[in-house]
Design a protein around this ligand. Structure first.
Ligand SMILES: NC(=O)c1ccc[n+]([C@@H]2O[C@H](COP(=O)([O-])OP(=O)(O)OC[C@H]3O[C@@H](n4cnc5c(N)ncnc54)[C@H](O)[C@@H]3O)[C@@H](O)[C@H]2O)c1
Length: 403
């Protein structure tokens, strides 16, 4: 006679057998789906629906089975604002990719942003300057499938009141050095991240927007240096057929942005009952996009974009700065009285306006967030990460000189 214990053992034996046959049935199913995928008869989306798992999990299984190539992506400037968001996007969506964050760590970098990424074996950090050919060569020799470059000096105020030479070093010389690496090591894809500011300004009452073939008319050293790097990309494509794509995106907001930039600056000032300085009349218009939407657009360009092409990226959300200040004050529950008009900055462009019709039509990308949805969660992120902001303020006490 069996006692309760042995009966349990028999039950678990049966369970084990059942699990074994279920997992061998699943393995067979995966093999059949993999065969169909190899024959291009089924998409990853369809497989993920059939198996009831995420597309990223399907790609991980397929890469382990050697069906999908493991890719190595070098992300220039990944310790900055958009770069860190992009690294998280990639690690989450493509678990079979290896991401190398290559960043020199200027004042704008914050390696703390990547603490969670550091736990992922597919993430690696290398400290280096994009203008350092030999350092880049060490990585290129091991093989790189693509470079996505965010590395740049980005603070307009610093380019006006600080050292414009730093901007030429990173944004022009650095971009040129990356192009040389891509050319000499035959790297199949290079995405250079640039800005809508290269097109210059539009008047408030003008019915005009910039397209990918609009001329470059930059007004501040930051935008001129970015334009210089972008033109170098154009020249390397036309002269050497280097597979480069340039993007021009509008203003980003979201987690991990340095508090010298408008939205985080206003959030922490308003939270501390400090005044919000507004340049001039505050009617300067900027076009705002949530950073994760920008990352999705870059992902689409990286995987589906055409070499030599340029893509504008925007969420079609133009707002005057004064309206942003009012909205932040309202969402935080502070009075409009905190708004303080200060003299305008030299060369301050009146309005940026770009069309993102091309990327929508050709690559099927559209933003998923509206300003009204993403702004409250951005405020929440900064308020939950006060320590993160305070640490940056401690490290770089002079940043307000350049606002
Ligand atoms: N923030 C925006 O609203 C916005 C909008 C459109 C385009 N862009 C572009 O996107 C890119 C990223 O912007 P961001 O706001 O994340 O910038 P950021 O200032 O937050 O980060 C830039 C990063 O680049 C690194 N870096 C600078 N010079 C370097 C060099 N020579 N070598 C290696 N690393 C270097 C810095 O250490 C930093 O981590 C920039 O090229 C910028 O022009 C930004």
């Amino acid at each position: 006679m069996q006692n309760d214990f042995s009966q349990n053992q028999n039950n678990s034996q049966e369970e084990l057998e059942l699990k074994k046959s279920l997992s061998s049935a699943l393995a067979k199913k995966i093999d059949v789906l993999a065969k169909l995928y190899r024959e291009k008869k089924i998409s990853l989306e369809e497989i993920s629906l059939i198996l009831g798992i995420e597309k990223s999990e399907v790609s991980l299984i397929f890469s382990q089975k050697g069906l999908m190539k493991r890719k190595r992506i070098l992300v220039g400037g990944g310790a900055g604002f958009i770069g860190s968001n992009f690294i998280y996007h990639m690690l989450e969506k493509y678990p079979h990719y290896e991401i190398i964050n290559y960043d020199v760590l200027t004042y704008a970098a914050n390696i703390e942003n990547l603490r969670t990424a550091e736990k992922n074996p597919n993430y690696k950090f290398v400290q280096g300057d994009i203008a350092d050919y030999e350092k880049l060569e060490e990585i290129a020799k091991e093989g790189i499938d693509a470079i996505v470059n965010f590395a740049a000096e980005t603070a307009v105020g610093r380019s006006v009141h600080g050292k414009a030479a730093d901007f030429i070093h990173s944004n022009v010389v650095g971009t040129h050095t990356l192009l040389e690496i891509v050319k000499n090591y035959k790297i199949p894809r290079f995405v250079q991240i640039s800005t809508d500011e290269v097109y210059g300004t539009v008047d408030l009452d003008e019915d005009r927007t910039f397209f990918e073939d609009s001329p470059f008319l930059p007004n501040v050293p930051y935008a001129a240096a970015k334009a210089g790097g972008d033109l170098m990309c154009r020249a390397y494509f036309n002269t050497y057929n280097v597979p480069v794509i340039v993007t021009h995106c509008s203003n980003n907001y979201g987690p991990y942005q340095h508090p010298e930039k408008l939205i985080p600056y206003f959030i922490f000032r308003a939270t501390n009952n400090q005044s919000l300085p507004i340049h001039g009349d505050g009617r300067h218009v900027r076009d705002w996009i949530y950073v994760r939407d920008h990352c999705e657009a870059i992902d689409a360009i990286l995987h589906k974009g055409i070499s030599g092409e340029i893509y504008n990226i925007s969420a079609d959300s133009e707002k005057p700065t004064i309206e942003i200040a009012k909205l932040i004050l309202e969402l935080i529950g502070k009075p409009h009285l905190l708004i303080n008009h200060v003299p305008d900055r030299p060369g301050n462009d009146r309005r940026y306006s770009i069309s993102a019709g091309k990327i929508g039509k050709e690559l099927g990308w559209t933003p998923s967030h509206t300003f009204e949805d993403a702004m409250p969660k951005t405020i929440e992120w900064y308020q939950h990460n006060i320590d993160w902001v305070e640490k940056i303020k401690e490290k770089d006490q002079e940043f307000t000189n350049y606002i």
